[in-house]
Design a protein around this ligand. Structure first.
Ligand SMILES: Cc1cc2nc3c(=O)[nH]c(=O)nc-3n(C[C@H](O)[C@H](O)[C@H](O)COP(=O)(O)OP(=O)(O)OC[C@H]3O[C@@H](n4cnc5c(N)ncnc54)[C@H](O)[C@@H]3O)c2cc1C
Length: 495
């Protein structure tokens, strides 16, 4: 065997697994179907403009267990500049009014009270619930490494958060808002607008988001996604890891209930002691392993847990600077149409003028994002697809000009990335860019990293934790090598 470990997929999870593997003395190789590392955490260039695909907010940008991982993997270093936005998002309501969600909970509370003084009590209750969630300690160690002392310390420190969790853990964000009992019609409409955007979205997940912003621990690393993953890739290579691009794994080879290697689409066969699946979970279990090892848990997840609705991203290169009062607007426009997508709630528009590495001097980069159900994209022929992209570009430009009249006549480049783009370049199942949606029913669940009946094969990545995102993806790589080193009776090292 040439390698101790083969890692299928070079996204953030695969890179993290590779880095911790190398740090612990394993000779690893990442096989990545794309030419570049990064997976969905990526960006691309068009006519001198950089269009970023991923990072809007990075949990762990300042402190805590996730921050340790970003430092250990080199994703963040001393030179990385983090921007902490004053607002999480500003909702442009259909009546033309703006509803601001401030990153700071105290400031948001005051803003809401000024808007609806009669609802002072439910507003205070909601903001207090958020503050209580802020006491939740994230586990640094995986479950198999935790001892009684870790658990006692967790319960002691996270007490207020745990009590809030017990109260609302099974509620959706809509049910939560109902329960708080707001009187103000305007406030109710605006708050319910946040919830209804995501069917059965967990109340706890909602309460958590502003906590991280308020703690200034969900900032934006200047430069965005590409430098972020490139720093991880550099770290991996500097530790002796081998990154092989344009290497698409077709099958996982097993022998006597042990994973022993992989076969690439070009017919090459590679053997290793351990095989790690750091790519799409559905493809791993149903295609690469022919459905032979699908555990009841994975089967249940794919049949019962909702997936994130895929996104269309329209990026704009604008040949003049455009000022924005807020960096991101969520325009509430249910039923409006872009291309053939009827918008469920609306679309988001971000201005990158807070990032000098992305915004060229004297110009402006903006992007629009909207949900577009996967069934609208399946079975499209090439011509239909091309036409749809053109229609989206035209509709999106009109909407952008309405929001920012100054862009008229200055849009130099329009780039449309669809759910099929994401699937083509990363293989993500149904375009579900963060895997399983966190709902009131699966919020506390996670998919096991071992697969019953197949030794020496492990799972890592966004699909293991409902809600996905960069931090759990990277953490799953670290936890996995804590497991492997324990199994091999080695001390786990992070440096
Ligand atoms: C538009 C957008 C915005 C986002 N914003 C944020 C954000 O602000 N904050 C946040 O935390 N998260 C965000 N996310 C989510 C985040 O990008 C993902 O959760 C994370 O990147 C997943 O990492 P991963 O390594 O688990 O999976 P992926 O990034 O999907 O990586 C899987 C890798 O496996 C490779 N692969 C697949 N099949 C094969 C095969 N057969 N052989 C070899 N290689 C294969 C793929 O090419 C890919 O490189 C966003 C995602 C999108 C799309």
């Amino acid at each position: 065997m040439e390698k101790d470990v083969i890692i299928i997929g070079g996204g953030v999870a695969g890179l993290s697994a590779g880095i911790y593997g190398q740090l612990n003395g394993y000779n690893t190789e990442i096989l990545e179907m794309h030419s570049l590392p990064g997976g969905q955490c990526t960006a691309w260039k068009r006519k001198g403009y950089t269009f970023d695909y991923c990072i809007h907010w990075l949990v762990g940008s300042a402190h805590g267990a996730f921050h340790d991982i970003w430092k250990e993997t080199g994703a963040l270093n001393k030179e990385t500049v983090i921007v902490d936005p004053e607002t999480y998002v500003t909702m442009r309501m259909p009546d033309g009014e703006d509803f601001i969600i401030y990153s700071d909970i105290d400031r948001w509370e005051q803003y809401l009270v000024d808007m609806a003084p009669g609802d002072r009590k439910p507003i205070a209750r909601m903001c207090n619930d958020m503050r209580k969630m802020g006491t939740m300690q994230l586990f640094e160690k995986p479950s198999f490494k935790r001892n009684l002392l870790d658990l006692a310390s967790f319960i002691w420190k996270s007490g207020p958060a745990l009590r809030t969790y017990m109260k609302y853990g099974k509620k959706s964000v809509d049910e939560y808002f109902e329960k708080l009992g707001f009187e103000s019609k305007v406030l109710k409409e605006r708050l319910l607008g946040i919830g209804s955007a995501m069917e059965d979205f967990s109340a706890i997940a909602f309460l958590f988001v502003l906590v991280w912003f308020s703690q200034k621990n969900a900032g934006y690393p200047v430069g965005g996604s590409m430098p972020f993953t490139m720093r991880m890739a550099e770290k991996y290579k500097s530790l002796g890891g081998t990154f092989t691009g344009r290497a698409r794994v077709e099958k996982i080879i097993s022998h006597e209930n042990k994973a022993v290697g992989v076969r690439l689409t070009d017919g090459t066969i590679r053997y290793a002691k351990y095989i790690i699946g750091a790519c799409d979970l559905h493809a791993l279990m149903y295609d690469m392993l022919d459905g032979k090892y699908v555990t009841p848990q994975i089967k249940k997840a794919f049949t019962e847990w909702p997936l994130f609705t895929p996104l269309v991203q329209v990026s704009f290169g604008i040949d003049r600077p455009i000022e924005s009062e807020f960096h991101t607007y969520q325009v509430i426009a249910p039923g409006e149409v872009i291309g053939h997508t009827s918008l469920s709630t609306g679309y988001g528009v971000s201005n990158y003028n807070h990032d000098p590495e992305i915004t060229p001097e004297g110009k402006c980069v903006m992007k629009m994002l909207f949900d577009s159900p996967i069934d609208l994209w399946e079975n499209m022929d090439k011509e239909e697809y091309q036409r749809e992209k053109e229609n989206i570009a035209a509709d999106a430009c009109k909407k952008l000009e309405k929001l920012y009249p100054d862009v008229k006549g200055h849009i130099e480049v329009v780039d449309v990335a669809t759910p099929l783009t994401d699937i083509k370049y990363t293989g993500v199942w149904k375009g579900a860019y963060e895997g399983f949606m966190p709902t009131s029913k699966n919020m506390t669940k996670s998919i096991k990293h071992t697969v019953k009946g197949l030794d020496n094969f492990y799972l890592t990545g966004q699909w293991l934790f409902p809600g996905g995102g960069l931090p759990p993806s990277a953490q799953s790589g670290k936890w996995l090598f804590q497991w492997i080193t324990k199994k091999d009776k080695k001390k786990f090292r992070t440096a």
